[in-house]
Design a protein around this ligand. Sequence first.
Ligand SMILES: Cc1cc2nc3c(=O)[nH]c(=O)nc-3n(C[C@H](O)[C@H](O)[C@H](O)COP(=O)(O)OP(=O)(O)OC[C@H]3O[C@@H](n4cnc5c(N)ncnc54)[C@H](O)[C@@H]3O)c2cc1C
Length: 409
Amino acid sequence: MPALDVSPSARVSELIERYDDFLADEVAPLQVKLAEQGVGTAWAPALDEHGRMHRTVWEARREVQRRSAAAGLYAPHMASEVGGGGLSRVEMMHVEEFVYRKAGLGLGLAALAWTEGPSPILIHLNATGRARFLVPLMAAETSCAFANTEPAVGSDVLSMSTRAERDGEDWLISGHKGWITNAHYCDVAAVVAVTEPGAGSKSLTMFMVDANSPGFRRGVDYPTALDDGLTGELLLDRVRVTDDQRIGEVGQGLAMALSWINWRRMCRGGMCAGWGRLLADRAIRRAKARRSGGSPIAALQAVQHMLADIDADVYAARATSLLAQAELDELGPYAVPLHPDAVRLISLIALVNDEAFFRVADRALQVHGASGLARNSIEEKMFRLARNLKIPAGTVEIQRNAIARTLLR
Ligand SMILES: Cc1cc2nc3c(=O)[nH]c(=O)nc-3n(C[C@H](O)[C@H](O)[C@H](O)COP(=O)(O)OP(=O)(O)OC[C@H]3O[C@@H](n4cnc5c(N)ncnc54)[C@H](O)[C@@H]3O)c2cc1C
């Protein structure tokens, strides 16, 4: 195999400077303004009477997204042909690492399109579908939800009960989706539905659905350990969609849904590297400042070992991720069908990061003692985030299944 270059390209270094300026000039004043409004913070928002993220906090995030799009910073992961930055996965990892380390848990995270932004798979919409759904998402004029999971079906995705049936040229979708990020505020949702029952991996198709469509309803909030009031239900009752709203071919829904999920899995590399280094920096500072028995706790071998273990996990997960992203750039990270080695590499990124970051967050909290457990401190919230990571976008067990399947094929 040829040597893989994982260093930041010149255009990435230039882009990172622009993110640095954007976070300082555009985001920091918005964050100060948000703090003055008594509605919590980006990472600990006040919740409304339904348990949902306070609309003011959501709007502050949306404002960052719109400004980022206007500055050409929102969608570097998207192909240049649809107005994105056309960055490779290695390049994206450097960008994500920088933004996550610098923004921490603040509003600045909204500078990069996340689950609610444009997914690379939307390139599989036809020209009409792209104009209607992708263009506004690229400009951050709208926000999206990915609606795959149902209250009774998560990992076992082929057992879902949401159906899309032909009605003349159109489709009628009915079903009940649960655990959906951005269910409350999404303008559009990418919905996975059964179109050919019994057809196994060809039984599903994916559609973009306008949240204003008759029959589309938002359900209850699902309070989670994240406490962000962003997870909830979507209910669809004979929602009419045209064939232009189809993503990919009929029967390609599983491949499309996995491609969407894979995007989220690959992003774990930069996210955990950025947050991991942030937690490492904070733990080192704390160890030098906090005293026990007349000396900084940094002088204690017990604490030194925790710092060393944090460093080892961050370094190992980051190195694995960069190498895997470089190999994925060779294989095509969003190809349909996906190369079997790409399946393995994407799951490796998710598994290695989810488990390493959980240990990092646990040790970083431990170094801080009781203040690490203070509700909504950086360490406490990161610990809850880290625990969460082992479940969405495929549990760590599902990542192991995918890796083993490739090894044994
Ligand atoms: C905060 C949050 C946000 C989310 N956002 C979204 C979203 O935006 N869109 C969306 O569609 N979904 C979303 N989800 C749902 C998430 O993707 C699912 O929770 C996840 O896929 C696991 O499904 P499950 O919860 O039904 O667990 P289950 O599938 O019931 O799994 C339970 C346990 O059994 C194990 N298990 C199940 N099947 C297997 C198997 N075949 N092999 C080995 N082990 C197995 C699992 O690993 C797990 O440990 C979100 C979840 C959370 C918590």
